[in-house]
Ligand binder design. Sequence first.
Ligand code: UD1
Length: 417
Amino acid sequence: MEKIVIKGGVPLTGTVLVSGAKNSALPLLFATLLAAGESEIGNVPQLRDINTTVKLLGEFGALVTREGDICRVDARQIAGIEAPYDLVKTMRASVLALGPLLARCGRARVSLPGGCAIGARPIDLHLKGLEAMGATINLDHGYVDARADRLRGARIYLDLPTVGGTENLLMAAALAEGETVLENAAREPEIVQLAAALNSMGAKIEGAGTAVIQIQGVDELQPLKCRVIPDRIEAGTFMIAAAITGGNVLVRDAIREDMEALIGKLSETGTEIREEEGGLRVIAPETLKAVDIRTSVFPGFPTDMQAQFMALMTRATGTSRISETVFENRFMHVCELQRMGADIHIDGHSAIIRGCEQLTGAPVMATDLRASASLVLAGLAAENTSEISRIYHLDRGYERIEEKLAALGARIWREQE
Ligand code: UD1
């Protein structure tokens, strides 16, 4: 197994380029299953979750080729409809195969993802929506078995604006008979990109980016050709890397409108954020001010930035409260940050962080994707050496993070354990 080693204390400077968004690339790759032809997606990041998705598409009989950041998926023939447990357990987003397979083939068998480090994460709303569209769903041997001759449009109210649920239902409704209305839909930029991509394939979707999305089903879709939007979570992680190390970094391809909540909160800490040609410049203040955050759905503060922001708050002057409202168990990084000298205690769904003078390097363990990023950030700011193990979590969602940070001056590298 590999680990990341960091000798902290270097203020980061220079320019870093943001990769394509994992959370956009995944639904786009699954959307290629909707068209009987060859789709082409550009700006696809090199990540473990993308590799898992490519394997899954192969299980369904699609032919996938990759050339740099371009991914071509030939889905002329769909030969399989089962997403096996071995793949689903490594990536919950595998459940996004359900909507497209059901709509295209009339049947899908997808292993139930089960729990994960950040909570139970059920998929009941995905299933309720598909049932409302006429699917028959059975749960057997740990699998969701869904069938439908042809899905029918329906009016669906989502109890929570689930991102994956909205994506699954969008893809299913695109090929259903008649009109579907999704109420209380998720509004994340990745939903907007998926809807635009489906429309470019011939779908008729209106309202993506608002809480109500209307989809007029069509009989068939054409192959997809598009480019993945920049990753707002990766961009945000680099912005915090600049702020926590006292640095000055241009984050290229960061899109301001997709990151207003984070930018607002970073500004409150005293960090300066300037729009420049091609990206956002982040200039750290002399001292960081403590601020409170509360995660929520877009356009609120993203839960995927919570752990990284907590790392930043360990270095701030004063006390901050970070409340997690999206996932029930997303404070796994707290114990590891404490091992680096952070003063944090958990009070229900909130963490109270008292800023400390200095973090100290320590061996720590990554527990999930964004928790790993928070440990990297803490390591960049800490005295001495930190070693982060179980970095396969990090490789799920960050493309060559150690190389990108090293190019900004960080003393960081990957080693065999
Ligand atoms: C997506 C993102 C993930 C991000 C999350 C919230 C991808 C691949 N992943 O995950 O990085 O952290 O959005 O922004 O895009 N829920 C239910 N029933 C359901 C579905 C969800 O109760 O059927 C609950 C979940 O347990 C969770 C909350 O709703 O508490 C949000 O989940 P959801 O928006 O579905 O997240 P994902 O799509 O899994």
